[in-house]
Ligand binder design. Structure first.
Ligand code: ADP
Ligand code: MG
Length: 260
């Protein structure tokens, strides 16, 4: 379970986002977002509800079409202010994989069928090969015995671990997590965070939207604070979380810490 396309040079930029803009009607949600993530590094994206975090992730994964700005993942660049070529967008979609807040597993498919869907139907890879890889991944997250179960037979934590395996099976260059534990009962959070921590140790390149600040401090190389559709502040995890420079970051962190 190691990242694909690993190259010797450690500092290569995997994700580059410049000037990302997105409006829903008159609601300007992203007002020029810039972001850079280097290979093997983990960026935690934090910020208040409604600040645009999910819209950023969805834009990277081709689920949302921004109005302007560029996104580069690996060798693919899409300039949203110019062309909206379907081929480029398909390439962009293929380079990242998303783990959703509410897992989004297909209810009528077994665990294994859910995992195979993307690699076999979309990526057109051989079913037997993907199946074998999926079983290894399921074993790693302790769920091989559940491969023929349906989502409703699993706990939220188990469904989310399947969600992670489904993302890994796509062999993406970039993993995107949108509040992966916020829908879980507290006692199920730990197992999911442990899996993500392992992926960080294996040097997967990841952007993680999370409110789990202790986890962000332990796992992320960099923390990015977003508010009102812009990135307000970024920095090494320990620095940003303990000694933020911007008043808005300070206020947010105080509010979040008081809630826990
Ligand atoms: P966050 O993830 O930080 O809570 P979101 O990116 O989900 O923020 O949302 C940012 C803003 O965009 C919110 O005001 C939300 O209501 C709005 N928004 C998000 N998705 C849509 C959509 N599909 N249609 C209309 N408004 C949306
Ligand atoms: Mg969100």
């Amino acid at each position: 379970m190691s990242p694909t396309d690993s190259q010797p040079q450690a500092a290569e930029v995997v994700l580059q986002v410049s000037g990302l803009h997105k409006a829903f009607g008159s609601n300007e949600v992203l007002k020029g977002v810039d972001l850079e993530v280097r290979r093997g590094s983990v960026v935690a994206l934090i910020g208040p509800s409604g600040s645009g975090k999910t819209t950023v992730l969805r834009s990277l994964n081709g689920l949302e079409t921004p109005d302007g700005g560029t996104v580069t993942i690996g060798a693919t660049t899409v300039d949203f202010s110019a062309s909206r070529g379907k081929r480029e967008l398909d390439q962009l979609r293929d380079r990242s994989a998303m783990v959703f807040q509410h897992y989004n597993l297909f209810p009528h498919m077994t665990v294994l069928q859910n995992i195979l869907e993307g690699p076999v139907q979309v990526q057109k890879r051989p079913r037997a090969e993907v199946s074998a890889e999926a079983e290894v991944l399921l074993d790693r997250v302790g769920l091989l015995a559940k491969k023929d179960a349906y989502p409703f037979e699993l706990s939220g934590g188990q469904q989310q671990r399947v969600g992670i395996v489904r993302a890994l099976a796509l062999k993406p260059q970039l993993l995107l997590f949108d509040e992966p534990t916020s829908a879980l009962d507290p006692e199920l959070v730990g197992d999911v965070l442990a899996v993500i921590k392992e992926l960080a140790e294996e040097r997967w390149t990841m952007v993680i939207v999370t409110h789990e600040l202790a986890f962000a401090r332990q796992t992320a190389d960099e923390v990015v604070f977003m508010d009102g559709g812009v990135i307000v502040e970024r920095g090494p995890a320990a620095q940003l979380l303990s000694a933020p420079r911007e008043p808005r970051t300070q206020q947010f962190l105080q509010r979040v810490l008081h809630n826990y």
